[in-house]
Design a protein around this ligand. Structure first.
Ligand code: CTP
Ligand code: MG
Length: 185
């Protein structure tokens, strides 16, 4: 049923969705680009992308993935991310893809001359999701196809694409109110 597909599509992406908000909480300190700029005069990535944010986001996303894998395999076979330990690459890719997608987004924003935190509609909302899906397609193609493409799974993909901007917005407003984020987007 489509509703179940939608819930599953969301469930398997939780470690990817969690990675960036955690990076916001853990972030700060040395920027990933070490303050360097490219020849266009703009920073490679900017001060909004830090090693601490990257490490915290990857670690917590991986931890969440492991917990959900354990929980899922207890609750229902459909909720299982995969068999241990073969599923480990997927659990790594989910947060790593999300954070590298976010870094790629920042790289593009700087090339467009946009300052840290300046809006880039589309890019801000989807960069992490594109990163996750791209890495899964490259490295764990069958895992991705089964859960986001084959048969009714496509409903799940459609839902994810539709809901992600709203979800992004809600999480960022919460981060802003709690004082973790400088802008509510
Ligand atoms: N953050 C971090 N390291 C990361 C990602 C995020 O330290 N790899 C922290 C930074 O403090 C950043 C905040 O989370 O300012 C919000 O993240 P985001 O909205 O992605 O960055 P912006 O500040 O908006 O910068 P950009 O314009 O480059 O997207
Ligand atoms: Mg931002």
């Amino acid at each position: 049923m489509a509703l179940e597909e939608i819930a599953l599509a969301f469930w398997f992406l939780l470690p990817a969705y969690a990675a960036n908000p955690v990076a916001v909480v853990f972030g700060g300190g040395t920027p990933i680009d070490f303050g360097r700029s490219l020849r266009d005069g703009h920073r490679v990535l900017g001060d909004g992308k830090t090693w601490r944010g990257l490490a915290g986001g990857v670690a917590s996303g991986l931890l969440l993935g492991i917990l959900l894998t354990l929980l899922g395999s207890f609750l229902s076979p459909r909720l299982a991310f995969g068999d241990w330990p073969g599923v480990l690459p997927v659990l790594v890719i989910l947060p790593v893809g999300a954070l590298l997608g976010d870094l790629a987004g920042a790289f593009v924003k700087r090339r467009l001359g946009k300052a840290r935190g300046e809006r880039a509609p589309g890019l801000d909302q989807y960069d992490f999701l594109l990163g996750t899906f791209l890495f899964l397609l490259l490295l764990e193609r069958d895992w991705w196809l089964l859960r986001y493409w084959t048969g009714d799974a496509i409903f799940g993909l459609a839902f994810i694409i539709l809901i992600t901007p709203a979800l992004h917005r809600v999480v960022n407003v919460i981060g802003y109110r709690w004082g973790h984020k400088r802008e509510p987007w």
